[in-house]
Write a protein that binds this ligand. Structure first.
Ligand code: SAH
Length: 344
């Protein structure tokens, strides 16, 4: 028999070990009850009165001996006693790199983790459209709330940890690689702090794969033997412009549309030549993928209509793509343009 009682404001004493009782505590709190805890039968004293007289005793079956005597006393004095199941073994969290947006670029390990998940918290840039085909888990979009406000980082961490502590096998699916501007390190730290087992599955980062989608190799023999990946979230300092310009390698910028002007101007001031090739690759591996190629001196105007998500590439490797036109990247660009026209 199932009985629904309005517990708002009612005193509920949840008995049972902390581990076994964790789900019951959350359930009663969610129901509005004022929850107190007794984690060992000895805590109540053998014969004395209960600490306070609760409306209900929620007795979690934690396998410890000694609860029966206490519960019998409660029943004798007319306190309601309900039998509650113990929580299952604690869940764990897997941070999964989802690649740049196409399910084809998920790793085998990512696919396996998704298949085994109870709950998936995913970002806007992860391959979210394909998720229902990859997992039967509950899907939670933490990239956007219904009111279009992003869920804050600390709320995401809280949600993940709470879900794992409730016994769920949680996947946190992130765009690209979790450790490349993905706040993966922070999320691991909050799992560790909460005592939740956590592991990280690397993903294909957009820093390399999105230029590749446009046919641009980030390194190329005799053209560039290094690449630097920079966040354009905030404008760089003058010192950083100078260092970058001095390296002589490929510069890849993520989140760089908003600061593109400042970057181009800063690199020019730091002595980089105005005809240094530069590309903006928007929406890699998605419908509407587009590549804009210009140079440092002209990019601000050429990329005026570009929007996020986009990866910027600065360096002579951009020319390799132009030289290889008609092969992989350019052909893929055309395919995706055709696909997006079909969708429209
Ligand atoms: N952890 C991610 C990066 C997160 S920062 C990774 O390793 O790829 C978000 C930025 O990534 C975006 O602003 C954009 O610069 C880039 N990005 C991610 N996916 C992209 C895509 N499909 N096309 C273009 N840029 C993308």
């Amino acid at each position: 028999m199932q009985l629904s009682i309005d517990l708002s404001g009612r005193e509920v004493l949840v008995t049972g070990s902390d581990f076994a009782a964790r789900q019951a505590v959350r359930r009663f709190e969610a129901a509005g009850a004022v929850v107190s805890r007794l984690s060992t039968p000895q805590g109540a004293g053998q014969d004395g009165p209960l600490p306070e007289r609760p409306f209900l005793v929620a007795a979690v079956d934690d396998g410890q001996p000694g609860w029966e005597a206490l519960l019998d006393r409660c029943r004798t004095v007319g306190i309601l006693v309900s039998a509650e199941p113990a929580a299952g073994p604690a869940g764990h969290i897997t941070l999964v790199g989802g690649g740049p947006g196409s399910a084809e670029l998920l790793t085998v390990a990512a696919v396996a983790a998704l298949r085994d998940a109870d709950v998936v918290f995913y970002d806007r840039l992860a391959p979210c459209q394909e998720l229902p085909a990859l997992t039967s888990a509950e899907l939670v979009d933490v990239g956007k709330k219904p009111g279009h406000h992003k869920v804050s980082q600390s709320d995401i961490e809280k949600l993940m940890v709470e879900s794992a502590l409730a016994g769920n096998n949680v996947v946190r699916l992130k765009g690209g690689d979790p450790y490349v501007f993905g706040r993966g390190g922070e999320e691991v730290a909050s799992c560790v702090a909460a005592g939740v087992p956590v592991r990280v599955i690397s993903g294909v980062t957009s820093a390399i794969s999105v230029p590749a989608a446009a046919g641009i190799p980030v390194t190329h023999r005799e053209v560039s033997h290094m690449f630097t990946v920079v966040s354009g979230h905030a404008p760089l300092t003058e010192k950083e412009h100078t260092h970058l310009a001095g390296l002589g390698g490929t510069i890849v910028v993520l989140m760089g549309i908003g600061t593109l002007h400042q970057l181009a101007a800063g690199l020019r001031r730091a002595g980089m030549r105005a005809d240094m090739p530069m590309a903006v690759v928007e929406r890699g591996y998605r419908p509407g993928q587009r590549t804009t190629i210009a140079d440092l001196g002209t990019i601000a105007t050429a990329a005026a209509g570009c929007s996020n998500p986009a990866v910027l590439v600065i360096g002579d490797v951009v020319k390799v793509a132009e030289a290889n036109r008609g092969t992989a990247g350019a052909a893929a660009d055309l395919d995706r343009l055709a696909a997006s026209l079909m969708e429209a």
